[in-house]
Design a protein around this ligand. Structure first.
Ligand SMILES: Cc1cc2nc3c(=O)[nH]c(=O)nc-3n(C[C@H](O)[C@H](O)[C@H](O)COP(=O)(O)OP(=O)(O)OC[C@H]3O[C@@H](n4cnc5c(N)ncnc54)[C@H](O)[C@@H]3O)c2cc1C
Length: 401
């Protein structure tokens, strides 16, 4: 075999996996279809403290963020967070991705740019022949384990017949000058005419710029496109006056896959990150769950690669901790649906007013964790009288999730 592992896709998750495996003595080839890392960039660039600590790329942070102001569809709004306590960081995604890939190379992985994986052929009992295309020529590389870290529209996932993510949302974002938010604070905008079932955001990115974006699911868009909705937010919504001085300097659009695929593990093959359908159902963030997925298997996977013990059963055993991730995301999705996605504008407005009650805001500040929204959601259902009517539906949603 040419390599122990071929990782298809040098996004942050593929590169992180390459790093931890190479650090454990595994021979890894990272294959990336683009000529450079981190482009095109399709992300709001929020990285939570745990993920940042994994890679130590603090120099890529543009702005640390302590809290959020959430706007209801009509008048209600609430500010959550504690000044001076960083909850997340807005990074320069290009520099962040380049930093993770540089760590992979430093740890000993090889990187092939401008190289698109075009097909997989099993080599009976030994591994895979990965077909690829590089600057007008075709070639093959062999490996004992193939990893699909090739993003939301993963071709590796398709070749392995691993199933599809439970839901694929669409994200649309512009980068603007001329918008203002409170220092170290982001904003979230809700409402059927802004982001049906989901929310829009304004994230400060330092240097006087902001990322303004939204996400929603295709089945909720009817005839509207994500571009039209973003335009509505900035030109006709009740927030429009705040955007009058904005100049758009960049546009981004991309898919957000949520809900782990049915078979993220096959004989001598695994899926990671967006390819596995790992973005968080509550925020759409995919870097944190992807890094978590990597850290959960790093040691056992490296050992199995050294032992060439890569049967489907063995890899399933190694990937068993992912069941927790999957379970957590399923419950988080059920709570998101209950509080946000299945609420009409009147209900949403009521929810935001309840969040603004001092004892509820205190609870959010105490328990609110972007990575683990379930404990907060459950506590609110238990302790906040206005949310008690939701508790039965929540219980049922959890049971059937
Ligand atoms: C508008 C928007 C905002 C977002 N905001 C956030 C946020 O704030 N925080 C956050 O954590 N997440 C956010 N996300 C999600 C985040 O961008 C992804 O979850 C994250 O990039 C997933 O990383 P990945 O490495 O799994 O996949 P990707 O970053 O998609 O990387 C996959 C790589 O594989 C390469 N590739 C694909 N096919 C092939 C092939 N056949 N051969 C070779 N290479 C291939 C691609 O070129 C790419 O480089 C956002 C997404 C969108 C759309």
């Amino acid at each position: 075999m040419d390599h122990d592992v071929v990782v298809v896709g040098a996004g942050p998750v593929g590169a992180r996996l390459a790093t931890v495996l190479a650090e454990r003595g595994v021979d890894v080839l990272l294959m990336e279809e683009h000529a450079s890392i981190g482009r095109p960039f399709q992300c709001a660039g929020l990285v939570n403290p745990w993920s940042m600590a994994q890679v130590g790329l603090e120099h890529t942070v543009l702005q640390e963020i302590d809290g959020a102001t959430i706007h209801g569809p009509h008048h209600a709004s609430v500010s959550v967070g504690v000044p001076g306590e960083t909850r997340t960081s807005a990074v320069c995604r290009n520099r962040f991705d380049e930093g993770v890939a540089a760590q992979a190379i430093h740890a000993g992985s090889k990187l092939m740019l401008s190289t698109t994986a075009t097909g997989l052929l099993p080599i009976e009992g030994r591994g895979w022949r990965v077909h690829h295309h590089h600057e007008g020529t075709t070639g093959t590389t062999t490996c004992r384990l193939v990893v699909g870290a090739d993003g939301a529209h993963s071709r590796v996932r398709h070749w392995l017949r691993s199933g599809r993510p439970k839901e694929i949302m669409i994200g649309n974002q512009v980068e603007v000058t001329g918008f203002h938010t409170e220092d170290r604070w982001l904003e979230m905008f809700t409402g059927e005419s802004i982001a049906p079932g989901f929310f829009a955001w304004a994230i400060p990115t330092g240097f006087g710029t902001h990322r303004i974006g939204l996400w929603s699911s295709p089945d909720r868009l009817d005839d509207a496109s994500p571009e039209t909705l973003l335009d509505n937010l900035m030109t006709t919504s009740r927030h429009a006056p705040r955007f009058v001085d904005c100049q758009i300097v960049a546009r981004f659009c991309g898919p957000i896959p949520g809900g782990m695929v049915r078979r993220p593990v096959r004989e001598r093959a695994m899926l990671f990150g967006d390819a596995a359908g790992l973005a968080k159902p509550t925020t759409g963030g995919g870097i944190g769950p992807g890094f978590k997925q990597v850290s959960m298997v790093a040691d056992a996977l490296a050992e199995a690669i050294h032992d060439d013990n890569l049967s489907e059963n063995m890899l399933k055993k190694i990937a068993r901790p992912w069941d927790d991730l999957k379970r957590h995301q399923t419950r988080a999705r059920a709570l998101r649906n209950l509080f946000l996605t299945e609420s009409d504008d009147e209900t949403l407005e009521r929810h935001v007013s309840v969040f603004a009650q001092p004892e509820v805001t205190e609870m959010i500040n105490r328990l609110g964790d972007i990575e683990h929204p379930v404990p907060l959601g459950l506590e609110m259902l238990r302790k906040v009288p206005s949310f008690r009517p939701l508790a039965l539906r929540a219980g049922w949603a959890m049971l059937t999730a």
